[in-house]
Design a binder for this molecule. Structure first.
Ligand code: FES
Ligand code: FES
Length: 183
């Protein structure tokens, strides 16, 4: 047994004694009742179980939870799907997923939502050119599987959120930059 303390969606959880082989997925779902994080393949292949890690350097990243032990998250700050809405208001990404009918069964949705959110946060720090946006979104969502084949809808939803606030997430197109340097 190991004692863990984990910050989840801004709330401290622990100290809690857990078995060393308890997965983070089971910790969230069985210990904390946070069932928004799903269990799909159980083999780090589909990422329906992905959560966000807030890294000490201010960046964020995603991690599967199905094969990763809860003890490896000790002392870390993470976010789950339950943390996206604020004061009952869905996030822009959540609203876009709904507007695009991106999901059907919804089993993969938390993973896509967390990955999309991490992408938004990365673009806030390192914007990309509009010309590179489609590939950037595709690369970010690439490892997530959706058995209901909502891929294009998820992609379009993420793109809409980015384009709705393009000054924040994008830099000038390469084409425009090229023209500017030729002048
Ligand atoms: S359930 Fe974790 S990657 Fe599929
Ligand atoms: S919405 Fe069903 S698996 Fe993606």
């Amino acid at each position: 047994m190991t004692t863990v303390n984990i910050m989840i969606n801004g709330h401290a959880h622990g100290p809690t004694d857990v078995r060393d082989d308890l997965t983070m997925n089971d910790y969230l779902r069985e210990y904390l009742g946070m069932t928004g994080t799903k269990f799909g393949c159980g083999a780090a292949q589909c990422l329906s179980c992905a959560i966000i890690i807030d890294n000490p350097d201010g960046t964020s990243s995603t991690s599967p939870t199905c094969i990763v032990p809860a003890v490896s998250f000790d002392g870390k700050a993470i976010r789950t799907v339950e943390g996206h809405a604020k004061d009952g208001e869905l996030s822009d990404l959540q609203k876009a997923f709904i507007e695009h009918f991106a999901f059907q069964c919804g089993y993969c949705t938390a993973g896509f939502l967390n990955e999309g959110q991490v992408l938004l946060e990365q673009l806030t720090k390192t914007p990309v050119a509009r010309d590179d946006l489609e590939k950037t979104i595709a690369d970010a969502l690439d490892s997530h599987l959706c058995r209901c084949t909502g891929y294009i809808k998820y992609h379009e939803a993420v793109r809409d959120v980015i384009l709705a606030d393009s000054k924040r997430y994008l830099v000038e197109n390469k084409e425009l930059n090229l023209r500017a340097t030729r002048k």
